[in-house]
Design a protein around this ligand. Structure first.
Ligand code: KG4
Ligand code: ZN
Length: 331
């Protein structure tokens, strides 16, 4: 079964072709980072317009790369939410229009389900059931995953998402957009232990997170020492270490509580090198396996949407016609 996936929920246009027999056949991505940089964040109207410009050329590129004619597709998956309404509509209209013209199913996919399943695009591949740590710009969740569509929320952030905290802290340290990778680069030059930031909710006894206080604590340090370049790097280092420690401890607790043997990490913050190293080490010590998506599939992309759509199609999605709606907020 060949499924095209279209992702346009935020500031990346992603298109990919997933084949249930042959795996990921091709994927292409256009990042709008340069477009939004001068505004310090994503401008929704600019994002929608750029998706409209990019989606069809990316689709042609992917089909050509995979040497797959449009008519050979069995379904078209698109991100139906959550995300920016106009951006989502750009992808949904192309997907549903093409699907209607071809007479094949259009499959609306939950963006987070895409992230959640993305480690299954890597080898070695995790097997159900597993625990997923989902750490993106909009969400921080621990989830017990028993199968496609069978997700039990163990805990989540009560305020900012981990990626959002990275982005906001990067901004107050004077770093550009997107902030997470920039902060991680600055932290590489920082000294560990010069500043110590709190570990919010570390001992809360549940699987919930809180990151907004950490960002405020970083702000106070930045006000006091931020004029000094070396101190800024040390603050970045302290911030990254605090986030990583909380994520590692809570994930370990979730592994022990569920008794499961596999942890899957997904979402943009999953690209963070220090997080990967700390989790891999903890997994070794504690005796569980940890799986990551390929680095380029950690942040938003079409491959995860094509994959989630193919999994749903293979299980027989109910036909809903080609009328569509997007869900900017979707639980
Ligand atoms: O999953 P994603 O692409 O988009 C959402 O669905 O939110 O995640 C983007 C988030 C941003 O907050 C970005 O700063 C963060 O992931 N991020 C990182 C790194 N790469 C991306 N955060 C920390 N370290 C990184 N290397
Ligand atoms: Zn995402």
């Amino acid at each position: 079964m060949k499924v095209l996936g279209i992702e346009t929920s935020c500031d990346e246009s992603g298109v990919a072709l997933y084949d249930t027999d042959q795996g990921l056949r091709a994927h292409a991505l256009h990042s709008q980072a340069a477009l939004h940089r001068e505004y310090g964040g994503v401008v929704p109207e600019l994002a929608s317009r750029d998706h409209i410009r990019r989606v069809l050329p990316l689709t042609r590129q992917v089909l050509a790369q995979a040497d797959c004619p449009l008519e050979a597709l069995d379904g078209i998956a698109y991100t139906a939410g959550p995300g920016l309404a106009g951006a989502l509509l750009a992808g949904a209209s192309v997907a549903c229009g093409l699907a209607r013209a071809l007479g094949i199913p259009a499959i609306g996919v939950h963006h987070l389900e895409g992230h959640l399943l993305s480690p299954m695009l890597a080898t070695p591949t995790p097997r159900f059931p597993f625990v997923a740590l989902l750490v993106s710009g909009g969400h921080t969740q621990l989830m017990e995953v028993s199968g496609i569509g069978q997700y039990r929320l163990l805990g989540e952030t009560v305020d900012d998402a981990a990626g959002e905290a990275f982005d906001k802290t990067a901004k107050l340290l004077g770093l550009g957009y997107p902030g997470g990778p920039a902060l991680a680069r600055l932290a590489e030059r920082g000294v560990s232990g010069r500043f110590r930031l709190p570990r919010p909710m570390l001992g809360s006894g549940d699987f919930n997170f809180s990151f907004s206080g950490l960002k405020t604590a970083a702000l106070l340090l930045a006000r006091e020492h931020g004029a000094d370049e070396a101190a800024r790097a040390d603050i970045a280092r302290a911030f990254e270490e605090a986030v990583v420690e909380v994520l590692v401890e809570k994930s370990t607790a979730a592994m022990l509580a569920t008794g499961l043997g596999q942890l899957v990490v997904a979402g943009g913050v999953g690209a963070n090198r220090r997080l990967r190293e700390a989790l891999t080490q903890r997994a070794r010590e504690t005796g569980f396996e940890v799986f990551y998506p390929p680095i380029e599939l950690c942040t938003d992309n079409g491959a995860m949407i094509a994959f989630a759509g193919a999994m749903r199609l293979a299980r027989g999605v109910p036909r809903t016609g080609y009328g569509y709606t997007v869900l900017p907020r979707w639980d």
